[in-house]
Design a protein around this ligand. Structure first.
Ligand code: SF4
Length: 793
């Protein structure tokens, strides 16, 4: 495959000294000219002139894939020659933190000819992609002037620092959050695209986020049941698969329940296919079998939980509202039998009975949920059901067990950030930001607005200013792209959008000013391992910033200067290292071996522990002395916060199966009979890396479809197909495979939206087909709940 677009490919095999580097640069001709506007040759030549031996710079890959991995960058004459990964001794206690194919392809990203080179100002209609080059001075002044004008005209509540996870540490959304908060604040966003329902439910059911056993405890499990969890692709913390393999080697059986035979399901002992959005029905049937056969852990439930049965409902709650009542059908006359669940889930009644017995009788067992199941119509029920199942089997708070869903461990490392308090208390759910553009002044508590003052019923302003820093969720990663485009294209709604980016992403095209940002190889930063790890990384600067790119921190500091806030923004620190030194000052308390200079030189510090962390173990040991911070002080199988929402149909107080608004039981199925979802793909970290040709070639974007559905439509493997619903159309090649259930399609999320002249996306971006419909309680994303039809294109 032709590898166009990569300067680095031209570098291959070239012995880089000053002369050859200039020759190489000249040979690249048009691409270099486009790239530089005449600036790059001199910049790069300067580096090439500083001839020297190859050096190895340790840093970390730090996008939001779910990992953080050590990268060793081999540099000569100021040019990245190649990347390798962790070469420290590989031990069971301290395994290497090896990078995957994405991190190892990073040189292609740094030297990509599509890198944004200089500040850009929109000159056409918003969204048309028409820009002109401007100076940094003009760009900074324009952004600062717009910030001041919109603050004066509306107020800080009209600003959002848009959700973005493309960078962290000294880069990305934290830098602009600091700027906006110093400037007077901005409308807060709670929840995330990743885990809104999980984030909302954990405090309400378990009273804390620190509910997880550390991964080195998994080897103590006898059975690991994973609902839609796929760490083989989405990583879930570097080395998660390593710890799962240890568990398997120690004798644990691993079962994956998923509509798709994911890479993790292929590796597991068993894959149980299930219709999307029906896990809660399966769990209810598992509960039915356990209750009917007396296999549930009644003692645990009586001691540690509230509302499993009518005898343990909170005071004042009428009988018939417990989980057991729901499962046995006391109110709806529908016992949640395996036969009932088979019709809904597609899992045979025999397998349901067997799984219930396996789970109840195998001690200890870890039930683990991926986050995909809670990015659905009733994602809150999914999270709640997982916790309920873990409680029924008595697996919470013990080694080898789990709290039934993902969680943080108590080992989370105490490191600092750029954060400063936001003077504004008002908050919306992240997923509802488009709503807050169109009708923010009508949005109140029922729409998920939090922080309303006494007597205040709605937001005071619609969103008028968006700061989009290292994010592609303005367009690409948000639901219903066609509707979102309409909203953003109208610049009487959002009056100003500024974006920091490395590439002209689909979201960047909707910005008024685009500021070219460095990659993490061109600046100094720090990151920590993702959710479940115990590692800090010093991200050493590898090369000087390319073109006119600047680190996000510097960009925001320049805007702060313009607004008279520069000193506050920099907080008396002169270098990035000063910040990192401050952020890691508390690490010595956790690990006395931590030494800053060694940390910087090695690029990594791993905190080692002599035993695993067990989530909720103190509560398990003494539930009265260590009561949970829930209304009952216990695990809320009957969730009082859900009950208080007073919406038993969509927010039932116990984990209940509710048919999805776009699912097999909805009327829409006559027109659009197939369910479609988009999994985290190993070629991308969300949308990051989508433009890396090597990754595209090895893992092309395709629709995954079962042969039953393909045959019914005369579709063959490799055909181009048209996927459509009322929200949009995509044309993309198909992969016909039995590794997905009949009736279900999968289009890996994150491909960069690329509409043709008829508005049909040709890249395979699933968000053309998804909606803005939030989940009822958390107001989180439901982007996996969609119906479509497919035909040969
Ligand atoms: S993309 Fe994720 S898993 Fe891959 S190297 Fe980077 S941090 Fe590690």
């Amino acid at each position: 495959m032709e590898d166009k677009g990569f300067l680095s490919n031209a570098v291959k095999g070239v012995e880089l000294n000053r002369r050859s580097f200039l020759k190489w640069n000249a040979a690249l001709g048009g691409a270099a000219a486009l790239a530089t506007g005449g600036l790059t040759a001199s910049q790069m030549a300067l580096k090439a002139a500083a001839a020297g031996a190859e050096t190895v710079v340790p840093t970390s890959c730090a996008h939001n894939c779910g990992g953080r991995c050590r990268i060793l960058v081999h540099v000569q004459d100021g040019v990245i020659k190649r990347l390798t990964t962790d070469d420290r001794p590989d031990t069971l206690e301290d395994p290497q933190l090896r990078a995957c194919q994405r991190g190892r392809s990073y040189r292609q990203r740094v030297y990509h000819t599509d890198r944004l080179k200089y500040p850009l100002k929109r000159v056409g209609k918003r969204g048309d992609g028409q820009y002109e080059r401007i100076s940094w001075d003009e760009a900074i002044a324009t952004v600062a002037e717009a910030m001041q004008r919109i603050k004066d005209e509306y107020g800080p509540e009209a600003f959002i620092n848009h959700y973005a996870s493309g960078a962290d540490g000294m880069q990305g959304a934290g830098t602009s959050s600091r700027l906006l908060n110093l400037f007077g604040g901005a409308l807060n966003e709670y929840g995330s695209y990743s885990a809104a329902c999980w984030e909302y439910m954990l405090p309400r059911v378990l009273g804390t986020f620190t509910t997880a056993n550390s991964r080195d405890d998994w080897k103590n499990s006898k059975l690991i049941v994973m609902f839609g969890y796929n760490p083989m692709e989405m990583v879930g913390g570097t080395n998660t698969m390593y710890y799962l393999k240890q568990a398997k080697q120690a004798g644990a059986k691993v079962i994956v329940i998923d509509p798709r035979q994911s890479m993790t399901a292929v590796w597991a002992d068993e894959w149980i296919p299930i219709h999307p959005g029906t896990d809660v029905a399966l769990i209810a049937a598992l509960a039915y079998v356990m209750i009917s056969e007396g296999l549930h852990d009644q003692e645990f439930l009586d001691t540690y939980t509230s509302g499993f049965d009518d005898a343990h409902l909170p005071e004042g709650i009428p009988n018939g509202n417990s989980y057991k009542s729901y499962v046995m059908g006391d109110q709806d006359d529908q016992p949640k039998t395996p036969e009932w669940a088979e019709a809904i889930t597609g899992v045979s009644r025999e397998r349901i009975v067997r799984l219930a017995r396996e789970l109840a009788l195998t001690k200890p067992a870890a039930i683990y949920q991926g986050w995909g199941g809670q990015r659905r119509a009733y994602g809150e029920q999914f999270v709640h059901a997982g916790i309920t199942l873990a409680a029924m089997t008595g697996n919470i708070g013990i080694s080898g067990g789990s709290a039934g869903t993902g969680g943080m461990t108590s080992r989370y490392l105490p490191t600092g950030s750029l954060g400063v308090p936001n003077p504004i208390k008002l908050a919306i759910s992240t997923f509802t930001w488009t709503d807050a553009i169109v009708r923010g002044t009508e949005m109140g508590a029922a729409d998920g607005v939090e922080g309303l003052a006494d007597g205040q019923e709605t937001l005071p302003y619609n969103i008028k200013f968006i700061y989009n820093n290292a994010g592609n969720a303005l367009i690409n990663q948000h639901g219903d792209i066609n509707k979102t485009k309409e909203i953003l294209a109208d610049d009487s709604l959002v009056e100003f959008i500024v974006t920091h980016e490395q590439f002209m992403t689909p979201s960047a095209k909707f910005s008024d000013i685009i500021l070219p940002a460095t990659t993490w190889m061109e600046t100094e930063s720090m990151t920590t391992s993702w959710v479940m790890g115990d590692t800090v990384y010093y991200m050493n600067k590898v090369i000087e910033p390319l073109f006119e790119c600047k680190p996000d921190f510097e960009i925001c500091a320049l805007i702060a200067d313009q607004l008279g806030l520069g000193d506050q923004y920099r907080d008396g620190k002169e270098t990035h290292e000063d910040w990192i030194r401050e952020w890691t000052a508390g690490l010595k308390d956790v690990d006395p071996t931590f030494d800053f200079d060694t940390f910087k030189a090695n690029g990594v510090h791993v905190v080692l522990y002599d035993k695993p962390a067990i989530g909720l173990s103190e509560f398990r040991a003494d539930p009265e002395a260590n009561a949970l911070s829930t209304p009952s002080g216990k695990i809320e199988i009957f969730c009082q916060a859900k009950w208080a929402a007073d919406d038993p149909v969509e927010i039932p107080a116990v984990a209940s199966y509710i048919p999805e608004w776009e699912g097999p039981q909805s009327d829409l199925v006559a027109q659009y009979p197939l369910q479609i979802q988009g999994h985290h793909f190993h070629a991308r970290s969300h949308s990051t890396y989508d433009n890396i040709e090597w990754l595209r070639e090895s893992m092309p974007q395709r629709l995954f479809m079962n042969p039953v559905d393909a045959d019914a439509r005369g579709i063959e493997d490799g055909d181009k197909v048209r996927i459509f619903n009322d929200r949009g159309e995509v044309i993309i090649p198909v992969r016909v495979t039995k590794r997905i259930m009949p009736g279900v399609l999968d289009l890996p999320q994150g491909a960069w939206y690329d509409p043709d002249e008829n508005g049909i996306d040709r890249a395979g971006c699933i968000n053309v087909l998804t909606s803005h419909h939030p989940t009822p309680f958390a107001k989180g994303t439901s982007q996996h709940t969609n119906l479509v039809e497919v035909e040969k294109a």
